[in-house]
Design a protein around this ligand. Structure first.
Ligand code: HEC
Ligand code: HEC
Length: 574
């Protein structure tokens, strides 16, 4: 890889000090106009036509004859990605920008140099702020190097020229001078012998490997982006949408969302939502606002500015009939539902049935949720064999109440619901009792907090019931997932050391399945005044209809607060 003649490159060789802040200081001191040399003779790159970008940025990012600006023209990013760059320009390079100008720039760049829907899909976990363990399918060596400080999602949500991937690595070196000694180093000497396949050894430095890999899998130009940018426009989302979702710890939610388009801005929307937690009956009404970036990336807030504010991140499908994503809150974005919105057009939509699990031989009232539902005759709802519709009433509160009788000899298994001319797959599960339970997630993490500057991070668990299925054997493919079951929660020691006593300090389990971690900071009551961190088992106990006791457990790690955070997503939500 050729060496980019970039100022950060020079800074990276400045005296290494023990604190990354020294790197920041060097960059901070450097506010005179830099010269960014472009290596490639005839680089690709996007012309910048927005006057605010040109006026605010050209002092340092010069314009060429073709309207391209150094650095800026050679990248594509999500709104959060552009926000991160602009925030760094302001905080590190003393770029003065009014909030309105910053918003305009983020919008312009996200729309003109964004990420195509197909490109974003594998990295949705990043923008939806999910705490999942993502499995990167590319190069595991590169993944290992790049996930030491942040998720691979940071990387997967950007596209760059090869020069720009190189400059990104150079920026890391300038900002975090220690990175070369720790994360970016080679472990052991470069290989000199041919590999088992007889080919010459790959003696590239791990960082050169990373640059080669990233520029081949995440190049600046792609057919997905050229196709999307040709057809991209503000989506027409005004109308009524059926909402269905699931919130860990609280179960399914159903309702409707009404969306209106802002008369002055076709990508801006206001919303009113009304939904119910099917299990508890808790009702929620809220209003919100959102901006759609790049023609499909919904970024909104509901109940803005209140304690019950939720961030909304959704992906608008190309047919503009469906969008899905996550609404969240919590200091670590850990609380809130996964949601799906389906447009209610001419025909009614059925979005779910609650309760979903019904036992053989029982008579039960279920609620059928959806949008545009009408009181049809019982015959228009078809739940399949062994399930008889006795009566239908409503709609009220957005749902029909349907009395069902399940035949004593009904075959156990999922039933599709046919109603209003469409089909809802697996709407109901006919079972013959809970045979086992499982706790999700299998391994969870909470963070102590609340003592000073750092908030607590909660972990919510739930217990899911399973029927062994037609084969009568546990843990096989035909097991039926019956959804959340009632359990009582306890915490037990996960014995990692002799005389382990973590459970006395780490916090407590609420009966709704949420683990509430203890306060952070050294605890004088603990050996060595340790922080209130540790390991435990979280145990769920369920009593079946036959009075049998079923137990399951999951691991809990209670750790320290996340001391350093970057939250560009706080600012891109309208
Ligand atoms: C005072 C000089 C200065 C101004 C003005 C300036 N920048 Fe920068 N910019 C830099 C420097 C220095 C770097 C390289 C170091 C870094 O990435 O922080 C950079 C790098 C960048 C990058 C590349 C970051 C990456 O993804 O690796 C982007 C994008 C960027 N600037 C955007 C902008 C935008 C947009 C503006 C106008 C709002 C702007 N800059 C204004 C100095 C400036
Ligand atoms: C030493 C810790 C560390 C390692 C290792 C690391 N990063 Fe980063 N990276 C950061 C931090 C901190 C930020 C946030 C900087 C900011 O918000 O301005 C960041 C930001 C980024 C961004 C967004 C930057 C922007 O301006 O858009 C990308 C992309 C990225 N890293 C890629 C990588 C890749 C690729 C690797 C592996 C080769 C890697 N990182 C390894 C610490 C690290």
């Amino acid at each position: 890889m050729s060496t980019p003649k970039h100022p950060t490159r020079l800074m990276a060789s400045a005296k290494h000090t023990a604190v990354p802040l020294a790197g920041l200081a060097v960059l901070l001191a450097w506010t005179a106009a830099p010269t960014f040399a472009q290596e490639d003779e005839d680089p690709e790159g996007y012309a910048i036509t927005n006057q605010t970008v040109i006026e605010s940025c050209q002092r340092c990012h010069t314009l060429d004859d073709e309207g391209r600006m150094t650095r800026i023209s050679y990248l594509r990013k999500t709104p959060e990605g552009w926000q991160t760059s602009i925030r760094r320009m302001v905080s590190l390079h003393n770029v003065g920008l009014a909030p309105d100008a910053a918003r305009e720039i983020v919008r312009y760049l996200s729309d003109r140099q964004g990420i195509a829907p197909e490109e974003l899909r594998p990295a949705l976990f990043e923008v939806e702020r999910r705490l999942t363990d993502h499995d990167y399918e590319g190069d595991s060596g590169v993944e290992f190097t790049c996930i030491q400080c942040h998720s691979m999602g940071r990387v997967m949500t950007q596209r760059r020229t090869k020069d720009e991937w190189g400059l990104l690595i150079a920026t890391h070196r300038a900002l975090y001078p220690l990175v070369d000694r720790f994360q970016f180093r080679r472990s052991g000497p470069a290989p000199t012998e041919p590999g088992p396949d007889g080919r010459p050894p790959d003696a590239r430095h791990p960082m050169d490997k990373a640059i080669d890999h990233l520029s081949s899998v995440y190049p600046l130009e792609s057919t997905q982006w050229s196709a999307w940018s040709a057809t991209m426009r503000s989506p027409r989302l005004a109308g009524t949408w059926a909402l269905s979702g699931y919130e860990p710890g609280k179960g399914p939610i159903y309702g409707t969302v009404t969306i209106s388009q802002d008369p002055d801005d076709s990508a801006a929307f206001t919303t009113t939502a009304s939904y119910v937690y099917a299990e508890s009956g808790e009702k929620v009404e809220h209003s919100g606002q959102a901006l759609v970036y790049t023609g499909y990336q919904w970024r909104g807030r509901s109940n803005p500015g209140t304690d019950s504010q939720l961030r909304e991140v959704m992906f608008v499908e190309r047919n503009q009939r469906e969008m899905s994503g996550r609404w969240y809150t919590g200091a670590y974005d850990e609380i809130g539902p996964d949601v799906k919105l389906q447009r209610v057009g001419g025909e009614a939509i059925v979005s779910g049935v609650f309760p979903k699990a019904v036992a053989r031989g029982e008579s039960v009232e279920v609620r059928v949720f959806g949008g545009g539902l009408t009181a049809g005759s019982g015959a228009s709802l078809d739940f399949g064999s062994g399930v008889t519709v006795v009566s239908v009433s409503g709609p009220s509160d957005g749902s029909l109440r349907v009395s069902l009788t399940i035949a004593g000899d009904a075959q156990i298994g999922a039933r599709d619901l046919f109603a209003f001319g469409s089909l809802l797959e697996g709407a109901l599960i006919v079972h013959d009792g809970v045979d086992r339970i499982a706790v999700t997630p299998e391994a969870g993490m909470a963070r102590v907090g609340g003592g000073g500057n750092f908030p607590k991070g909660y972990q919510t668990y739930e217990a899911i019931g399973f029927d062994d299925g037609p084969d009568g054997e546990s843990d096989t493919d035909d097991d039926l997932n019956l959804g959340r079951v009632d359990v009582s929660w306890t915490v037990e020691e996960y014995a990692a050391t002799f005389g382990d006593d973590d459970v006395q300090f780490i916090g407590s389990m609420r009966q709704d399945g949420t683990f509430v971690p203890a306060i952070d900071g050294p605890n004088p009551e603990r050996v060595g005044s340790r922080n209130n961190v540790g390991d435990a088992w979280v145990i769920a106990t369920h009593r079946t209809a036959d009075g049998e006791e079923l137990r399951a457990r999951a691991h809990l790690l209670v750790t320290v607060p996340l001391y350093m955070r970057w939250e560009p997503w706080q600012e891109v939500s309208r």
